[in-house]
Design a protein around this ligand. Structure first.
Ligand SMILES: Cc1cc2nc3c(=O)[nH]c(=O)nc-3n(C[C@H](O)[C@H](O)[C@H](O)COP(=O)(O)O)c2cc1C
Length: 194
């Protein structure tokens, strides 16, 4: 199964980037074919339809293609003001915006339809960014994704990782593994072949 993992942060010492790295390692160890994306590696401007009318940026086209090729995704989202960050909204808006002049990419949902998505969050706060998930999930459903019912919010993230980037608490590791397992299980059954 091809699994795409990315975090909604580009911050150097981001907890969610750390969590995404760990998810990628754990899923690889379980035999998944993992692509770990860093959104900071893509030059994606703030969505603007006038800009788009002059041509969808090359890195947006790259992201559309990569997301299209992966039936399973895991997103690690920070929580900003009890929601998810603009980086994730902007990324998902761009990849769902059709390229009208392109016979392949004029389909709004080509990159997102039928994807099985697991949502994780991490925050230094006690709730682990759980409230960001309740905003992100409706967006994913609107993009015609299947959202895995299992989720996990990593609270007190500043104390949650050891120096090697592993999770200190076994319970947290088990919860992350459970999301990975469910996403891969469901993607085998629900995702259209790409
Ligand atoms: C504008 C803003 C709003 C925030 N709001 C919340 C919040 O509602 N809940 C929360 O737990 N943390 C909040 N935080 C703190 C983030 O959880 C923290 O900065 C975290 O490290 C961001 O994720 P990252 O480490 O993956 O970059 C907020 C941070 C910013 C910059």
């Amino acid at each position: 199964m091809k699994l795409l993992v990315f975090a909604g942060s580009t911050r150097q010492n981001s907890w969610n980037r750390k969590l995404a790295r760990l998810v990628a390692e754990m899923a690889r160890a379980g035999g998944a074919q993992v692509t770990h994306l860093e959104l900071g590696d893509f030059e994606v401007p703030m969505y603007n339809a006038d800009l788009e009318a002059r041509g969808t940026p090359a890195d947006v086209m790259r992201l559309k293609q990569i997301t299209y090729e992966h039936p399973a995704w895991i997103i690690c989202t920070p929580e900003y003001n009890a929601s998810y960050p603009a980086l994730l909204k902007n990324t998902l808006d761009w990849i769902s915006s059709p390229v009208r002049s392109d016979p392949v990419w004029n389909d709004d949902f080509r990159s997102t339809r039928g994807k099985v998505v697991g949502v994780l969050s991490a925050s230094p706060g006690a709730l682990g960014g759980l409230r960001s998930q309740s905003h992100l999930v409706p967006l994913l459903l609107n993009l015609h994704c299947w959202v895995a019912p299992k989720n996990f919010a990593l609270g007190r993230a500043a104390d949650a990782f050891d120096a090697q980037g592993a999770l200190v608490a076994d319970a947290a590791k088990k919860n992350v593994q459970a999301v990975i397992d469910q996403v891969l299980w469901a993607a085998e059954r629900l995702s259209p072949a790409t």
